[in-house]
Design a protein around this ligand. Structure first.
Ligand SMILES: Cc1cc2nc3c(=O)[nH]c(=O)nc-3n(C[C@H](O)[C@H](O)[C@H](O)COP(=O)(O)OP(=O)(O)OC[C@H]3O[C@@H](n4cnc5c(N)ncnc54)[C@H](O)[C@@H]3O)c2cc1C
Length: 394
């Protein structure tokens, strides 16, 4: 039977980085994945350019039942450490918006970086490896694969969350945690578009493809100011993806369709200059024209000129545009979600080493853990930081 110091299950962002670090520290590492290629989500990420970290990474950008858990790893392996590694490989990158760093050329460069680091650490990578069972005995962990059994003193679970089942996502890590007596918080799709109830969806159907700056607020008061996109299924775009992580089924979200400009003041100014201008043409200046057309057909925007618009109408109109209340029907689910909320309960893991407190030699890193970042490179940074912290302890 083949023996290693460490077996890592999952050759995604966290598994690849952990394997490389552990290998470079002199450990014999076996990295297993059920897919044909390593780092499949990395290749898909950031529209093929991988938003590999965020300049403003801080614990407040992560959701968890234990918001303190991520602090240690994020502080010990920071965004600046990963940026230094990217620089070392000469990978060109740029800040797109809000501190989000993307490769100039291709996400493949990040996978190549990770593979080169694994090579430096003499990591054995075995793809198309389905893990059938895991057992623990006095010497460590026995992992049964399709066709072989392998053994190691330590086992790292880096099998990710449930989003995008087409890319190999599986509940493996959660089941394994439960097998060893660890609690797993219920999971749910996050960073995911909203679907809408049929009547509203039909009213908004012609807006598919329209994007505009917004501020969106969840029922718990959490808000994000980013672009929103109307789709043929409902609402998407960065602000919607962000707020989806804070939304509970049945709740409303409140959308400011003109966060940059006070529409009441704008209408007053326009009325002074052009009293005979229609309200519709006036609002088509700060808002997308197609949106204004739909809002007029729904009766939200009265068919009047500015001088005909009375104070009550103006107040009701601007209030509804600055605080449009929408009750999503649901989300598009794991099929399109970028991440999974919930996962392995962090109170049972060491925040310094990511080792299960009551199961020596068993570690959980990356998305399988109950730590979920905002949109914008935060999830990869958690993968790098948790992987690094774990590798130091192996
Ligand atoms: C379309 C998309 C775009 C994204 N873009 C970004 C972005 O730009 N920036 C960002 O920060 N985050 C982004 N994310 C989120 C990010 O990809 C994940 O948070 C990150 O990949 C998690 O890393 P991980 O190593 O924990 O899991 P993963 O990268 O998901 O890796 C887990 C690996 O485990 C393997 N596996 C699962 N089950 C088994 C099993 N039973 N046996 C063997 N192997 C198994 C899987 O095949 C996979 O290779 C995006 C996600 C998606 C879906």
């Amino acid at each position: 039977m083949e023996k290693y110091d460490v077996i890592i299950i999952g050759a995604g962002a966290a598994g690849l980085f952990c394997a490389a670090q552990a290998g470079q520290r002199g450990l014999r590492v076996l990295l297993l994945d059920n897919g044909k290629k390593p780092g499949r989500k990395i290749l898909m990420s950031g529209g093929g350019r991988c938003n590999f970290t965020n300049l403003y990474t801080e614990p407040a950008a992560y959701l968890s039942h234990n918001p303190h858990f991520c602090k240690s790893a994020l502080a010990r392996y920071t965004q600046w450490d990963f940026i230094a590694l990217v620089n070392q490989y000469g990978i060109a990158y740029h800040e797109k918006t809000l501190g989000q760093l993307f490769c100039d050329d291709s996400a493949q460069q990040i996978v190549d970086l990770l593979m080169a680091e694994c090579e430096k650490g003499r990591v054995t990578l075995r793809l198309r490896s389905e893990v059938l069972a895991v057992r623990r005995d006095d010497e460590g962990y026995l992992v049964q694969l399709n066709g072989a059994e392998v053994r190691a003193g330590k086992l790292v679970i880096a099998s990710g969350g449930l989003s995008m089942p087409g890319l190999g996502a599986s509940p493996f890590g959660y089941r394994l945690a439960e097998q060893f007596g660890l609690r797993v918080y219920p999971t749910r799709a996050a960073l995911v578009p909203f679907t809408l109830h049929k009547p509203l969806l039909e009213q908004l159907q012609t807006l598919s493809g329209v994007s505009l700056p917004t501020t969106i607020e969840a029922a718990n008061g959490k808000r994000f100011k980013e672009a929103m996109l109307f789709t043929h299924r409902g609402l998407s775009g960065p602000s919607v993806l962000q707020i989806s992580s804070y939304w509970q089924p049945g709740e409303f979200v409140t959308i400011d369709l003109s966060p940059e400009r006070d529409l009441a003041a704008f209408i007053d100014e326009e009325r002074q200059a052009r009293p005979n201008q229609s309200l519709k043409n006036t609002l088509a200046k700060p808002l997308p024209k197609r949106l204004v057309d739909v809002l007029q057909s729904l009766g939200t925007i009265p068919e009047v000129t500015l001088k005909q618009l009375n104070a009550k109408q103006q107040r009701e109109l601007t209030e509804s545009l600055h605080a449009w209340r929408v009750q999503p029907n649901g989300t598009e689910g794991y099929r399109t979600a970028e991440v999974t909320l919930g996962g392995v309960d962090t109170t049972q893991l060491s925040s310094k080493t990511l080792e299960a407190r009551d199961v020596p030699g068993l570690y959980f890193i990356g998305e399988v853990v109950d730590v979920t970042g905002w949109l914008g490179g935060y999830n990869f940074q958690w993968a790098w930081s948790s992987a690094w912290a774990c590798a130091q302890a192996l």
